[in-house]
Design a protein around this ligand. Structure first.
Ligand SMILES: [Zn+2]
Length: 562
């Protein structure tokens, strides 16, 4: 396979890695400007139909997407997408001064190998073939690929031989809240309208890596994983430790729920041979703020749930059913425990006063509806609005939701034991493969290069910007948005701290996605490294071949998966 790309790829990647662009910060804008400089160099600027920086709306640090557009002779258009931000560099420890200096790290390989698990073995397996540094694999080498290929296509356009139209977008904020790609969605809709384009899909170039030790495959993906953050307010019943059976320990209920849900493979999505990882808690606590000798009245936790096919409504239903069963079982256990304790302690008179405990499981939207019916829509809106105003500006998005749920619970006048289930931000939709020209072409290119050990899989296994390019049909967004306490529709006056996604725009855009990215190891770790032979030599050629085949394919073909 041709590798005329190698030197230029190495140079672009180094230049991009050298600019600090930890998200969210101003450095991301510097990378966007550098991307544009590289795209425009050697007189190519005038060749693009359009190119420039597209500002993120209301962005406190003034970040912008970099874009370039080539209108070929056909309206059929492919989108090249990459993110320009990184996670921070503190994990480099003593080597942090060289975190953005691939050569500096190369001369300190041995020190780096002491910090980075698996690095020594990789150095032995591919000597001299790794580039190190924050962003090297995630994903400045990926952005470099889109630039190198775009420049090649611009040269073709200069000679009047570019049939297909192409858009390149380099976006900030992927490691944070994906504000860059969400603006890109609006930008692409606008571009489609302005130039009458027909999108074939988006090729993202985020990193790929080995799936198990010794894995020799290079992966291409035609969809992506999603993520939901179901959250639980667990209300017990307060009492003094001197009489625990007069109350219900909220931590006990939360613990039993966590035991049922966390690391439970029954909650994995298994689709066409791929499986998500099981859920885990990302945070769990009771809601006491100081020491006292009361049973904690409430606890809360949230759960990281990865999805391939489970929509928000289905997950909520499933969690509700499990929470009901757990609550019932735990309360029954407490009832039995109390009875035994009374028999041992001899307070027989108390036996007659014994009553079976019961509790309730509600979703946020159910609780909201109940309270609304009792207090009226205006009253509850005013109450929640006041609760919103009382929150400090920088409060964590999950804590904001909790604050509103607690307030609603208090308004309800209900008593525990109870479990309120709701969703906290962020939400990343999963995207399944779609029968389409882009996916057929990717499969054909992979099949044409048996020597490369390419494997096309459906779901990209890491959270990425691709989630926001398409909503699978049948996703019920009403259940999601009704159960995120801080949700606000995009077109309403923005409250600070609100959560919002342009779901309608994403649905309108509906791009099939592909991830065709560099190969490396150790993303988000100090041993982050990109394998240069594949990523700098092979990958740009593969991307180019995909575009070439898209160009050659007819537009009237029907697509279906066998
Ligand atoms: Zn990435």
């Amino acid at each position: 396979m041709q590798s005329d790309w190698y030197d230029i790829m190495r140079q672009y990647t180094t230049r991009l890695v050298r600019i600090c662009s930890v998200s969210p910060d101003k450095g991301e804008l510097l990378v966007a400007e550098e991307v544009l400089r590289l795209l425009r160099a050697d007189g190519l600027e005038s060749i693009y139909t359009a190119n420039g920086l597209d500002p993120l709306p209301d962005d406190p640090t003034g970040r912008q997407n970099a874009y370039a557009f080539l209108r070929g002779s056909s309206p059929r258009t492919v989108v090249l997408l990459g993110h320009i931000d990184t996670v921070d560099t503190t994990d480099f420890g003593p080597l942090e001064p060289w975190a953005l200096d691939p050569e500096g790290l190369a001369t300190r390989q041995d020190a780096l190998a002491e910090l980075a698990p698996g690095l020594a073995e990789d150095l032995a397996a591919h000597p001299g073939d790794w580039m190190f540094g924050r962003g090297s694999i995630d994903m400045k080498s990926g952005v470099a690929v889109t630039i190198a290929v775009m420049r090649h296509l611009a040269e073709m356009a200069r000679e009047g031989r570019l049939p297909l139209s192409v858009v390149l977008l380099a976006t900030p904020d992927e490691e944070n809240e994906s504000a860059g790609v969400l603006q890109a969605v609006r930008f692409l809709l606008h571009l489609r309208e302005q130039y009458g384009l027909e999108y074939l899909g988006a090729i993202n170039t985020d990193y790929t890596t080995a799936r198990y030790p010794g894995d020799q495959h290079r992966y291409i993906y035609t969809g992506t994983i999603g993520k939901l953050l179901p959250s639980f307010l667990v209300v017990g019943h307060a009492s003094h430790v001197g009489d625990p059976f007069d109350g219900v320990d909220a931590n006990l209920l939360a613990a039993e729920l966590i035991r049922d849900l966390s690391m439970n493979d029954e909650l994995c999505d298994v689709v066409r041979g791929q499986s998500t990882l099981p859920p885990v808690t990302l945070h769990a606590t009771d809601l006491k703020t100081s020491y006292d000798v009361q049973l904690p009245f409430a606890a809360y936790f949230y759960l990281n749930v990865l999805t391939f096919s489970t929509a928000p409504r289905k997950l909520l239903k499933r969690l509700r059913r499990r929470a009901k069963a757990t609550l019932k079982r735990t309360l029954k256990r407490i009832d039995k425990s109390e009875r035994r304790w009374i028999l041992t302690s001899g307070d027989k008179a108390r036996l007659e006063r014994l009553k079976a405990r019961s509790g309730v499981v509600l979703t946020y939207s159910e609780l909201h509806a109940e309270v609304e019916q009792r207090l009226g829509q205006e009253h509850i809106a005013a109450e929640l609005s006041a609760a919103w105003e009382s929150m400090p500006a920088g409060l964590d998005a999950r804590e904001r939701c909790l604050h509103l749920v607690r307030h609603l619970w208090t308004l309800s006048g209900k008593r525990g034991p109870a479990i309120v289930i709701y969703y906290s931000p962020p939400y990343y939709p999963h995207v399944a493969a779609t029968p389409c020209l882009l996916h057929e072409v990717v499969a054909a290119v992979a099949a044409a290069h048996t020597e490369l050990n390419l494997e096309v899989q459906e779901y990209y296994p890491f959270i990425s910007d691709m989630s926001y390019l398409r909503l699978d049909p049948g996703m019920d967004m009403a259940t999601l948005t009704a159960n995120i306490p801080t949700w606000q529709e995009p077109n309403t006056t923005a409250r600070s701290g609100r959560y919002s996604l342009p779901l309608v725009a994403i649905q309108e855009l509906g791009l099939p996605v592909v991830n065709l990215g560099p190969y490396g190891r150790g993303a988000h770790q100090c041993g982050e490294r990109v394998l240069m032979s594949y990523s700098f030599g092979t990958l740009p050629q593969l991307l180019y071949e995909v575009i070439e085949r898209l160009t050659d394919s007819g537009s009237t073909k029907e697509f279906s998966y066998a």
